[in-house]
Design a binder for this molecule. Structure first.
Ligand code: FAD
Length: 409
């Protein structure tokens, strides 16, 4: 149904990814990740690279396919079927890659981006600090210039790939006294430059990515590893937040879709009171609600992808897509579990795993409260700047004398 929004090339890509997801990822790996027997599934990232599926939007010169966001969104919906851990590892290349592809020097692209798309190097992003993730510009990790290097001190936490990545995209204060938006810079920090991993978290879901805490103690990073301008980390951050949030939104579509399909098949076979349970409106209307929510979220995600592809300011749209899609996922997984009754709560079906994965989507890549903060901020700005440029419906109010009753203070 959404195929009409995709070009022929994008439809082919969607089929290609669907095939990859169906045939190239063993269930045993998904189970091992969920059981935390795996700290980083490098072989999975390598197999994605072998099919040239990493970093789809990036130019062919660096190993990408030069595709649009609409294509990537369609691809990530398919990857989403594998669950949050694998979708995250897939998306990290898109997120970290965006910073290097857009702001990196040719040397950085050759040294880091190309090998990342080939899975010769694995990347991770380190934004969140123990003191807080939402208040990004309040970061306390510092980077002090020292000749041709920067010396980093501080901590980051909840870093997916803390155990397995070869390098981290790290934000640190280079001008701690400056206004927050002018105080941060972005760096590529190789694990071997002296990054310590101290704590790997036990997670409710989204397991198998080795999510941990990083320490920088006088970590020496060459100045040439600065990404973008010094003190211009906000430019990189703003740009990175598009893939950060749009990949979460797209992955949620895939997770919701497969739970809903399990519930649909189950309710078509399961019997109660002598009838298949889909005959009960309480069941089939949950399916109706879920598919409506899924299609609505997918519509918004695709329109947002087009918006970004057109180079428009997409901050509000991206935040809306992330919030809508992740809240949709939470409701759809929950209703799918309800349709299955008791067996839905067991690990006989994977809905319980998606349920655990789903909870995280509303927290990471910016909490949904932060999405609300951005959405209202952008909308107030837009409406108040534009003024009333269509019909002034306030003049159509029933009370023609009511103007003087419009009291605001
Ligand atoms: C499994 C997992 C993996 C992650 N992976 C990564 C990763 O790879 N790299 C990385 O850098 N980070 C990662 N994160 C971090 C994640 O993005 C942060 O947890 C998230 O941004 C929230 O930050 P916080 O946990 O510090 O919560 P806080 O910022 O302390 O927020 C706590 C609560 O306060 C609310 N709040 C805060 N400020 C406001 C406000 N102004 N208005 C309204 N509400 C507000 C929040 O919405 C939240 O409900 C990961 C987190 C998890 C759990």
């Amino acid at each position: 149904m959404f195929d009409l929004l995709l070009t022929e090339e994008e439809q082919k890509l969607q089929e290609e990814v669907k095939r990859f997801v169906r045939e190239k990822v063993p269930s045993s790996l998904i189970r091992a990740m969920d059981a935390e027997e795996v700290k980083y599934p490098k072989e999975y990232v390598q197999s994605l690279a072998a099919y040239n599926l990493l970093g789809l939007r990036f130019s062919k010169e660096w190993g990408g396919r030069g595709m649009r966001w609409t294509g990537e969104v369609a691809a990530i919906e398919e990857i989403g079927v594998l669950g949050s851990g694998m979708t995250c590892l897939y998306s990290l290349v898109s997120i970290v890659g965006e910073a290097i592809h857009h702001f990196g020097t040719p040397e950085q692209k050759a040294k880091y981006l190309k090998p990342t798309l080939e899975a010769k190097l694995c990347c991770a992003e380190a934004l969140t600090e123990p003191r807080g993730g939402s208040d990004f510009f309040g970061a306390t990790t510092v980077a002090k210039r020292d000749g041709n290097s920067y010396i980093l001190n501080g901590q980051k936490r909840f870093v997916v790939g803390a155990e397995g990545a070869d390098y981290f995209l790290v934000y640190a204060k280079t001008a701690p006294q400056a206004e927050p938006h002018q105080s941060i810079s972005c760096f590529i920090v190789e694990r071997d430059m002296g990054v310590e991993v101290k704590h790997v978290y036990g997670l409710l879901g989204s397991r198998g990515g080795g999510t941990g805490r990083l320490y920088f103690r006088d970590t020496k990073v060459p100045a040439k590893n600065l990404v973008g301008p010094e003190n211009g980390g906000y430019l990189v951050f703003n740009r990175m937040m598009i893939p950060e949030r749009l990949t979460t939104a797209a992955g949620a579509l895939g997770m919701a879709r497969c739970c809903l399909e399990i519930a649909t098949r189950y309710s078509d076979r399961r019997k109660a009171f002598g009838e298949t349970i889909r005959e009960f409106e309480a069941v089939s209307f949950k399916v109706a609600d879920s598919i409506t929510r899924l299609d609505a979220a997918r519509s918004l995600v695709y329109v947002t992808a087009r918006h970004v592809d057109e180079g428009l300011d997409s901050r509000r749209m991206v935040s809306e897509a992330k919030k809508t899609s992740t809240e949709m996922l939470w409701q759809v997984v929950n209703d799918s579990m309800q349709v299955l009754g008791g067996i839905g709560y067991t690990n006989v079906y994977p809905i319980e795993r998606f349920f655990r994965d789903a909870r995280l989507q509303m927290i990471w890549t910016g909490t949904n409260e932060i999405m609300d903060l951005l959405i209202q901020h952008e909308f107030y700005k837009e409406v108040l700047k534009r003024g009333i440029d269509s019909r002034d419906v306030e003049k159509d109010a029933g009370d023609v004398e009511g103007e003087e009753e419009k009291i605001y203070e």
